[in-house]
Design a protein around this ligand. Structure first.
Ligand SMILES: [Fe+2]
Length: 262
C-alpha cells in the first residue's frame, strides 16, 4: 500500500489543490489534522464548506482518512469541551475520520480526535483500548495530530512541545506507527526531525511549509519505507532498520515511488 501523509494545511488552498492532483497516485491519503485555520480571515463556516468539498473530491479518487487538529475546533460540546463538529459532516460523506478505526489490508488505522478535555480524551482511550484488542498481528497505525512529548518530532528548536499523554499511550499500547503534525517547525530545526522512534514505535510529523506542495510523507507499507519530501530536500527511512541520525538524504527515488497506482 502506497500512502500519502499530509498535515497542517491550515486552509492553504494551493496545498489542497496539490493534494487533489496527487491523490489518484496513492492507495490512501492521510490528513493528520489542522485542515482549517482559526487565524484565517475567511469565516470558519466558509472554510468548513470549502474544505469539505475538497475532501469529498479527494475521497472520490482514493481512500481518505482525516483527523482533527487544534485548528479544526468549531464548536463546544455540552460539557464545554471544544470539538470539531464539522467533522461529522465529513463522516456523512463516507470519509473515515475522528473516532473511526479502519482495517485496510493488513493495517489497522485508529483515527484520533483532537481532545480538549476529559470527555473526548476518555472516548479516545476507550477507542485505543478496543483497537489494541483488534490488532492481532496486524500493523497498527494511529493518526493523532499532537506528537508525543520528548521526541525530535515535537522539538520546537528550544523545547519539547509534544503531548505527554500521547508519549505514555504509545509506550503502553506500542502501535507500529503514529502519524502526527502540530509542531510545524520540528522537521526544520536543529535537533528536530520528521521521524523518530518512541520505544519500538515509529512516529512522524510532516511539518508545515508555505505554498504547494505541502511538506509530505510517502510511505510504502510493502517496502517498509517512508520518504519525507519538503523544501529542505528528500529523506528516507527503512522501517525494518534502526533509525540513524542524521537521517540520510535520498538522491534517487525508489522504483516504487513512480510506479502507477495499484
Ligand atoms: Fe497546525
Amino acid at each position: 500500500m502506497r500512502c500519502l501523509i499530509v498535515s497542517d494545511l491550515h486552509y492553504a488552498l494551493p496545498q489542497f489543490d496539490w493534494l487533489l492532483q496527487a491523490a489518484p497516485r496513492y492507495d490512501l491519503v492521510v490528513l493528520a489534522g489542522d485542515a482549517l485555520d482559526v487565524g484565517s480571515l475567511v469565516d470558519f463556516r466558509a472554510q468548513t464548506l470549502v474544505v469539505r468539498k475538497y475532501l469529498q473530491r479527494i475521497s472520490s479518487l482514493t481512500r481518505l482518512l482525516v483527523c482533527s487538529g487544534n485548528h479544526d475546533l468549531d464548536a463546544q460540546s455540552e460539557t464545554g469541551e471544544k470539538i470539531a463538529r464539522w467533522i461529522e459532516d465529513v463522516r456523512r460523506l463516507g470519509i473515515a475520520c475522528d473516532g473511526d478505526s479502519v482495517l485496510i489490508g493488513d493495517t489497522l488505522f485508529t483515527i484520533c480526535p483532537w481532545w480538549d478535555g476529559p470527555k473526548v480524551r476518555d472516548q479516545l482511550l476507550v477507542q485505543l483500548e478496543a483497537d489494541s484488542k483488534k490488532r492481532d498481528g496486524k500493523r497498527w497505525v494511529w493518526i493523532h495530530h499532537a506528537p508525543p512529548r520528548g521526541s525530535a518530532i515535537s522539538w520546537s528548536g528550544s523545547r519539547t512541545m509534544g503531548d505527554a499523554d500521547v508519549d505514555q499511550w504509545i509506550r503502553t499500547y506500542k502501535p507500529d506507527l503514529v502519524f502526527a503534525g502540530h509542531i510545524h517547525q520540528s522537521p526544520f530545526v536543529k535537533d528536530g526531525s520528521w521521524v523518530d522512534r518512541v520505544a519500538s514505535t515509529w512516529v512522524f510529523n510532516t511539518g508545515h511549509q508555505f505554498g504547494a506542495p505541502p511538506a509530505h510523507i510517502v510511505m510504502n507499507t510493502k517496502e517498509d519505507e517512508a520518504i519525507w519530501i519538503s523544501a529542505m530536500g528528500v529523506q528516507s527511512v527503512k522501517l525494518q532498520q534502526p533509525l540513524e541520525r542524521p537521517v540520510q538524504d535520498l538522491h534517487e527515488m525508489p522504483i516504487w515511488f513512480d510506479a502507477p497506482a495499484a
